[in-house]
Design a protein around this ligand. Structure first.
Ligand code: ADP
Ligand code: MG
Length: 311
């Protein structure tokens, strides 16, 4: 039965069995994304943002134990055969990966790599694919796109690599873009340019922007705040950031440079969380005896959810 929406994620959990024990990277994630919607996923390093992005595309290592469901246009991603899966990853959903410099093949020119993806996605062939690759490099802000087309990846700076990766991801006209930390390591001006360009190129697509940067998150319509593998607050970005209801969301806002960089006390540690209680309670000034029960992600007002018994 159709559940509607472009992407419907239900109860998605990913565990990695390591020598140190089991890492529950994400745990019971529910998400809905409609066409043309932009969703920011924020949270401290290690909270499971990239694993969630990769799990949506079924791009995890074999050691990952995945539970739950990911429906893309009503089709279960975890039941897709190879052809459908390649079609999903090569065209319908595009990933802008977290590490720009290691995401290109170092021995193939940038343009050729973009061209190959365009051809694999069945969008254009030969000269048409080349033309499209140059066009997307130009749209990504390169004033001499032909020169970038002919460059090997090591010739590009981090910011240029990020732009080329965005051009590549968008050149196949995906229905969903998953951009993982698109502003990481960039100065304020480059950050603003990249975000403007990303939204412009993705104007006909839906987007999940994974970021630790709340300024970047502000450019998305909705926000989901993750802590220790779970979503702890979700809603329209402006409302959540102007009036956070979870202590962790407040902490993330106060930790931003524009708010004085006040650190959140304690450390995020996936191994130490107690699945029976609130995972944030050791770091929370508002914690009480009620927090030894694991809180649900409750609807607190229109379009807004919070996982805290005090919210
Ligand atoms: N392949 C893997 N094997 C073991 N643990 C992993 C693997 N990939 C991710 N993890 C762990 O999962 C947790 C979430 O990682 P990640 O999603 O990359 O965090 P982030 O929010 O910084 O993107 C981390 O503790 C990380 O060490
Ligand atoms: Mg990450």
């Amino acid at each position: 039965m159709s559940q509607g929406g472009l992407l419907v994620v239900r109860g998605l959990s990913v565990a990695f069995k390591t020598q140190k024990g089991t890492v529950q990277a994400i745990d019971g994630i529910d998400l809905d994304l409609n066409e043309n919607e932009t969703l920011a996923i924020v949270g401290e390093s290690g909270c499971g943002k990239s694993v969630l992005g990769h799990a949506i595309m079924r791009l995890l290592d074999d050691i990952a134990v995945v539970r739950g469901s990911v429906l893309f246009r009503d089709k279960e991603v975890y039941e897709m055969e190879t052809t459908a899966l390649l079609n999903l990853r090569g065209g319908l959903i595009s990933l802008v990966p977290q590490s720009p410099s290691s995401s290109f093949n170092p021995v193939i020119k940038i343009g050729k790599q973009i061209e190959e993806l365009i051809e694999k996605a069945g969008k254009e062939k030969g000269i048409g694919a080349r033309k499209r690759a140059v066009e997307y490099l130009s749209m990504a802000g390169f004033s001499q796109p032909e020169q970038i087309y002919e460059s090997y990846p090591h010739r590009l700076s981090g910011g240029m690599c990020e732009r080329a990766l965005i051009a590549m991801a968008l050149s196949v006209e995906p229905e969903l873009v998953i951009a993982d930390e698109p502003t990481k390591g960039l100065d304020a001006l480059s950050r603003k340019n990249i975000l403007g360009m990303l939204h412009k190129l993705a104007k006909d697509a839906s987007m999940i922007m994974i970021t630790h940067d709340l300024k970047a998150a502000e450019t998305c319509g909705r926000i989901a705040v993750m802590y220790s593998g779970e979503i702890v607050e979700e809603g329209p970005t402006g409302i959540v950031l102007n009036n956070p209801r979870h202590v962790y969301t407040k902490g993330l806002i106060d930790a931003q440079p524009s708010r004085g960089m006040k650190p959140i006390k304690g450390r995020h540690n996936l191994f130490s969380h107690n699945a029976l209680g609130c995972r944030f309670k050791e770091r929370c000034d508002a914690a009480s005896s009620e927090c030894s029960n694991h809180p649900l992600l409750n609807i607190v007002e229109d379009c807004r959810k919070v996982r805290c018994c005090h919210a």
